[in-house]
Design a protein around this ligand. Structure first.
Ligand code: NAP
Ligand code: MG
Length: 402
């Protein structure tokens, strides 16, 4: 069999711990035998990030801007314990945060659905994708504890010194106050990424805020989405037969539960934080969640939503058997390869990505799975396998399909 060729590279970002081990296995068993992989490689493993003073993370993000498609392995976000463990020069920031800031992107999280893992909500048949606006609101909030009596005001002083003032509350006793902000430019980027992703995946887009209560703040979100939709995307949505729906946040919560899935749910920052955990759990399994960063310019970065699976890594180092689920990392690769194929008009590459996904799902549906899935699977003939044998089993299924 001749290997599939790639005319343009994609950006490969290696990572840490167990997922770094899995990364190598996926390339050896599922990619290199079938594709002449063309990647520009960046090592985002913590050791090398430390060595380069985190420059490698910035370089990888710039490379995504150049090549438009990247695939990333899970990485350690350093904390106090990691400072010591890796003898770090500094507590480097989360690579995902750095990359997102450079690309100005929105993160879309979607579960991978397999028959033996039943969602808690019976009506859900297709994935529900959460898009979280990752700028501002309470995450950049300024807070105060109020002691005693007094007046609290919102004051805006313009560049030329004019003041705009609004009473927040006349305090008659102790209390709290919170100031938060957002920027039209950031909301616009968020809206554009969401509309782009909806077109890309041919799914309806739902957006919700509480604009009936928050008549200026939340209403601005609603208006910006509507205006961009009407001027740029309405016709394209109609052409594809997909819809943009705006409702109140409480209505959308009810509608999501009653839906059969297959939608993108765009959320303000806090709603996205909370709802993405709810959706992930309700679909049954964190190791089956994918994550895609989409920038308004149309750059794409694919990764698994889970972390580096540290506990399994320590077991692996001790020579003990592990059963790490590689599905979300495999789907990060297939997502990136399919997008590369789409941008380059490489239908062979796109079809390989489809088949690798099919092989992964079929392997689990045949009963061969890692421990995390075996514990919750509804299947009469479950065969729990270790990290490597799971990837081997997918290889076997893939060879049968190809
Ligand atoms: P985690 O790596 O996602 O693991 C949390 C737990 O979820 C694991 O202990 C394991 O549960 C289960 N799990 C997650 N992925 C799994 C998989 N593929 N197969 C089997 N089980 C899986 O999160 P964490 O332990 O909080 O974080 C570990 C490191 O990852 C941290 O340094 C953190 O900074 C980093 N992290 C990176 C990213 C990213 O790069 N996107 C995201 C999150 C966290 P059991 O204990 O039941 O086996
Ligand atoms: Mg959360």
């Amino acid at each position: 069999m001749t290997k599939i060729k790639m005319s343009t590279p994609l950006v490969e970002m290696d990572g840490d711990e167990m997922t770094r081990i899995v990364w190598g296995m996926i390339k050896d068993e599922l990619l290199n035998p079938f594709i002449e992989l063309n990647t520009v490689y960046y090592d985002l493993g913590l050791e090398y990030r430390n060595k380069t003073n985190d420059q490698v993370t910035v370089d990888s993000a710039e490379a995504i801007k150049k090549y438009k498609v990247g695939v990333k392995c899970a990485t350690i976000t350093p904390n106090a314990a990691r400072m010591e463990e890796y003898n770090l020069k500094e507590m480097w920031k989360s690579p995902n945060g750095t990359i997102r800031a450079i690309l100005d992107g929105t993160v879309f999280r979607a579960p991978i659905i397999v028959k033996p893992i039943k969602p808690y909500v019976r009506t859900w048949k297709k994935p529900i994708t959460i898009a979280r606006h990752a700028y501002g609101d309470i995450y950049k909030g300024v807070e105060m504890k109020i002691e005693g009596k007094g007046k609290c005001e919102l004051v805006f002083t313009s560049e030329n010194g004019e003041e705009k003032r609004e009473l927040i509350h006349n305090y008659s006793g102790d209390g709290v106050v919170l100031g938060m902000h957002n920027l039209n430019k950031s909301i616009e980027s968020f809206a554009i990424s969401c509309f782009k992703f909806a077109l890309d995946t041919k799914q309806d887009l739902w957006f919700a805020t509480k604009d009936t209560i928050s008549k200026k703040y939340d209403h601005t979100f609603k208006d910006i989405f509507q205006e961009i939709f009407d001027t740029e995307y309405k016709a394209k949505f109609e052409e594809l037969g997909i819809k943009y729906v705006y409702t109140l946040i409480d209505t959308v919560v009810a509608n999501v539960i009653k839906s059969e899935g297959g939608i993108i749910w765009a959320c303000k920052n806090y709603d996205g934080d909370v709802m993405s955990d709810l959706i992930a759990t309700a679909f049954g399994s964190l190791p089956m969640m994918t994550s895609i960063l989409v920038s308004p310019e149309g750059n794409y970065e694919y990764e698994a939503a889970h972390g580096t699976v540290q506990d399994n890594y320590y077991k692996h180092l001790k020579g003990e058997e592990t059963s790490t689920n590689s599905i979300a990392t495999i789907f990060a690769w297939t997502g990136a390869l399919r997008k590369r194929g789409e941008l380059d008009g490489n239908s062979e590459l796109m079809s390989f990505a489809d088949k690798l996904e099919e092989a992964s799902i079929e392997t689990i549906e045949d009963g061969i799975m890692t421990k995390d899935l075996a514990l919750i699977a509804e299947h009469e003939n479950v065969q729990t396998v270790n990290t490597f044998d799971f990837i081997k089993a997918i290889r076997k299924t893939l060879e049968e399909i190809l």
